[in-house]
Design a protein around this ligand. Structure first.
Ligand code: HPA
Length: 276
């Protein structure tokens, strides 16, 4: 079987595994980053599928990532939430990393809300801030669409002029205002990791971006490939600087501290989004 057939079969088997057990009919797919799991507690009639029990799912290896697909009702919409994601630095292939997005789309999701922890690059950012991603820079050195293209999923060449949907960004702004969240906005630059940035890299990135992280961009590219509308929300967990040492534990603690706030924002956004 060539790779296109393998991926098709993988998506088919995994979506059948879900639809044999629950009515999926998703409106919105959500991917949660490190320490950002709180929104799952608000899902009604939740069906929880551990990645380890689903066919063809890669295994999540990073601490702070749970590894469940949660399907249910949130803000009056059908949602599928990926609690835990896959990163290039863990050694997965491109098809593995974007498999959760492909599955969410196969289960009906037209909108993708993607969240992540990120390092802030702006002097006015504080740990705990939420930044709506207005655009991104792919500095991963790779792209999840490299290799044969499956025309059934999307086109060979994908336009990225409006990777992050303006309408959804507008809803995020409105809802942040409504619940008193001071929403930052900016450009996210994705690096391969797992090493954090050197001071020289931070200096370079600060010229072009507002936050830096090791995820999100692959999923957004795959979502745009399939014509999904995307909203990206980054939680600023640290502000990297020459004198500061970053640790994964620090990132997790800061993310968990903002998880409730992010959760409230997501619930409101989901409730107010159009999903036609
Ligand atoms: N750099 C890269 N990725 C991150 C950071 C950072 O400072 N914080 C959280 N994820």
């Amino acid at each position: 079987m060539d790779l296109i057939d393998q991926v098709r079969q993988g998506i088919k088997d995994a979506s059948r595994y879900i639809t044999d057990r629950v009515e999926a009919d998703l409106d919105i797919g959500i991917i949660l980053g490190s320490g950002l799991g709180a929104v799952v507690d608000a899902v009604e009639d939740a069906a929880v599928f551990p990645y380890s029990e689903m066919p063809h799912f890669p295994k999540s290896t990073v601490e702070g990532h749970k590894g469940n697909l949660v399907i249910g009702e949130l803000g009056g919409k059908r949602v599928g939430i990926m609690q835990g994601r896959f990163h290039y630095y863990e050694g997965y292939t491109a098809t593995g990393i974007v498999f959760p997005v492909r599955l969410l789309k196969a289960l009906g999701a037209k909108v993708l809300i993607v969240t992540c922890a990120a390092g802030g690059l702006r002097a006015d950012f504080r740990p705990g801030d939420i930044m709506a991603i207005t655009d991104h820079i792919n500095f991963l050195g790779t792209n999840p669409l490299v290799g044969s293209n499956d025309e059934e999923l999307g086109p060979r060449f994908v336009d990225m002029a409006e990777a992050y949907n303006r309408e959804l960004l507008g809803v995020a702004r409105q809802q942040a205002l409504a619940i008193g969240v001071d929403l930052q906005e900016g450009v996210y630059i994705a690096v391969l990791g797992p090493s954090y940035e050197t001071p020289a890299e931070i200096k370079l990135f600060t010229t072009y971006a507002d936050a830096v992280g090791m995820s999100t961009v692959p999923e957004v590219i795959a979502a745009r490939h399939m014509g999904m509308r995307v909203l990206g929300l980054a939680v600023i967990t640290n502000t990297p600087g020459a004198e500061q040492v970053i640790s994964h534990d620090e990132v997790l603690v800061a993310a968990q501290r903002s998880s409730e706030k992010l959760s409230r924002l997501i619930i409101n956004i989901v409730g107010q989004s159009t999903v036609e």
